[in-house]
Design a protein around this ligand. Sequence first.
Ligand SMILES: C[S@@+](CC[C@H](N)C(=O)[O-])C[C@H]1O[C@@H](n2cnc3c(N)ncnc32)[C@H](O)[C@@H]1O
Length: 214
Amino acid sequence: MEASFWLDKWKRNETGFHAPEPHTFLLRNFPALKLSTGAHVFVPLCGKTVDIHWLLAQGFRVTGSELSQIAVESLFQDLGYKPEIALTDYGPCYSAGCLRVFVGDIFRLDADALGSVDAVYDRAALIALPQDMRRFYAAHIVQITHAAQQLLVCLDYDQTKRGGPPFSVDERELSTLYAADYTLTELEAVAVPGGLKGICPAQELVWLLSPKRL
Ligand SMILES: C[S@@+](CC[C@H](N)C(=O)[O-])C[C@H]1O[C@@H](n2cnc3c(N)ncnc32)[C@H](O)[C@@H]1O
């Protein structure tokens, strides 16, 4: 998936993935991460998700990574935040209060710029990427977060019935990507009402990825 694919989607306002309310999986399962107030949560491929509004309201510090400046400006505007914009080696970095978002390709973000992370919240990040990129994405996330624990929301459906994004990532692939570094626990699985865009049955799942080094 080229960067232009996503940048065009934001330009044309084709953001069907953007949810108006925080994800129920987030609300129900975030406590499983056992984070204290002030903990640092990384939200890769964040778009303008309202999940970030919720995380901030819980007292967490949040760093996002997002290709589209349109998305990032909307996120800060929706929050009523006036961002400071710093030019970093990685690209523009928007910040206000406890929120910081790097605008650019996540594959250019490094561990130093990101800083120490207590948890990763992945909703529609891994599954936004085609299979060949998912290997690099998973390895990159492990590297730049030093294998911080993750709450990961993904979809499982018959990929032959529909192309992505969102792509299907089943338990087997998740294990291939992450089992060397994490113990994987399925927290919830819910059938997508009406199937995926009415085309095929699909399940949405949320996984807890606990680092093996602990
Ligand atoms: C499916 S959307 C999910 C957005 C958000 N997580 C949500 O739940 O609404 C995927 C997002 O990833 C961004 N994106 C795609 N590739 C990226 C990359 N290489 N680096 C940073 N952001 C990327 C896109 O612009 C898009 O906003």
